[in-house]
Ligand binder design. Structure first.
Ligand code: UTP
Length: 423
């Protein structure tokens, strides 16, 4: 087998050995001689697709993160759903409903994450909740919500689902086994996002198996590039889609087609919108919306001082809007961002790996770095964003951890309460 790198005619193994040596990742071939021919070839194939230069430069850049000097911070304006008058609400609802009825609206669900905190085996969307009298998976809950919107507005919303290489097959098999929740199969599109190797804190790439490098999805910010490279943006355009709602897989109170949010974003003249919740604890580690050098952005908690978190005008706080991953993008905005390289951030995660002795190690504490791009880094490429603050107990019940405020138990209680109230 010959190396496929441009112009290179060395045997795969020799070429890869040289590359690994160059980037101090020779341990990835530690078990090579003990592998079957099939596994040897699998490993070489995978290694030949990895961009070691990129991983190396990401690891190096970790040490040089700095806050831009002289950056001007300002608050971002926001609407509060609860404070919109009944009359205005009705107008917005009617306007948004008319737009939804035109069928130019799509839903994108990001389900490419690893779900490491929850620890569920399989795609997070297959995690089931006991919504007595029946059990429903996160995918089914979302499918039901979109079906309800279809019925209400007499449309067929195209549903785009971002998966990862790790969970794509299982996700599609799951939808098959559930008969696509009776959703029109032609209106569901799966697409696989990009991935990057995980590294330990010294920069060594992890092995998932003796014959497999540990690669994982590279963050929800990869959405834009993946939508475009998998021809989803062109599919949307063919279908005449003008607005796209984007959310994660795990917020079971998400409103997938909210006419008020849609109308408000359009009337406010912005190409992007985000729902927020109020940061009740001013000292929590949540990031908040702001403007940096007059562009929409997020402010990391390490930069949120006492002065910033308490700043208010007549009790209206200036820096207390938390991002809940509920976004609207115009099709033009989506396309624009797909051509932009978003910066990488480092997340620390708990990942089971193979140690130097070939043993599988299940870490007790986070042990690896994952490089991720985030959707919110796209905001600064726009002059403004429409923020709509919603009530947490009505629209935000994400499932992140086995226990605590973002657990299946808490989310289930909120969901059942909301169902009860709306019936
Ligand atoms: P989180 O950042 O909460 O990650 O993702 P997660 O994968 O659900 O869980 P942890 O952090 O490993 O425990 C928020 C949303 O973004 C999606 C997730 O699937 C979830 O819906 N996501 C995240 C992706 O689609 N791709 C990614 O690379 C990362």
């Amino acid at each position: 087998m010959l190396c496929r790198n441009g112009g290179c005619t060395m045997p795969d193994l020799v070429c890869i050995q040289e590359t690994l040596k160059k980037y101090n990742q020779e341990h990835l071939l530690r078990f090579f001689d003990e592998l079957s021919d099939n596994k040897k070839s699998k490993l070489l194939n995978q290694l030949s697709t990895i961009d070691f230069e990129k991983v190396d430069s990401l690891f190096r850049s970790l040490k040089t993160i700095s806050i831009p000097q002289g950056e001007v911070l300002e608050p971002l304006d926001y609407f509060i759903k609860n404070e919109i008058s009944v009359k205005e609400r009705r107008l917005l609802e009617n306007q948004g409903t008319e737009i939804l009825k035109q069928g130019q609206y799509a839903v994108v669900t990001m389900a490419g994450g690893q779900g490491t905190r929850l620890g569920h085996k399989g795609p997070k969307g297959t995690f089931e909740l006991n919504l007595s009298p029946k059990k429903s998976s996160l995918f089914e809950i979302l499918a039901d919500k979109i079906k309800q919107a279809n019925k209400r507005y007499n449309i067929q919303i195209p549903w785009y689902i971002m998966t990862s290489e790790t969970n794509n097959k299982d996700t599609i098999n799951y939808f098959e086994s559930k008969n696509y929740f009776d959703y029109d199969k032609n209106n569901i599109h799966f697409f696989i996002q990009n991935k990057l190797p995980l590294i330990d804190t010294s920069g060594n790439i992890l092995l998932r198996e003796t014959y497999q490098v540990y690669e994982a999805s590279n963050g929800n910010g990869n959405l834009f590039e993946s939508l475009a490279t998998n021809n989803m943006v062109s599919d949307m355009k063919k279908r005449g889609i003008k607005w796209i709602f984007v959310s994660g897989i795990d917020n079971i109170l998400v409103k997938v087609a909210d006419p008020i949010f849609l109308a408000l974003t359009i009337n406010n003249g912005t190409e992007i919108g985000a729902k927020t919740i109020f940061k009740k604890d001013p000292y929590s580690k949540d990031w908040v919306f702001c403007k940096k050098d007059s562009k929409p952005a997020m402010l990391g908690y390490e930069r949120i001082t006492e002065e910033i978190t308490t700043a208010n005008i007549d009790g209206r706080f200036l820096y207390r809007e938390i991002n809940i991953l509920c976004h609207l993008f115009s099709i033009d905005a989506l396309e624009k961002i797909s051509n932009i390289d978003l910066p990488y951030h480092r997340a620390t995660k708990k990942n089971t790996y193979i140690n130097n002795e070939g043993m599988k190690i299940v870490p007790e504490e986070p042990n690896s770095y994952k490089f991720e791009t985030f959707i919110f880094d796209s905001f600064r490429f726009f002059d403004n964003i429409t923020l709509l603050r919603v009530q947490e107990e009505k629209e935000f019940a994400p499932i992140k951890d086995p226990a605590g405020i973002y657990s299946p138990d808490t989310a289930t209680k909120l969901y059942l309460k909301e169902e009860f109230n709306s019936n």
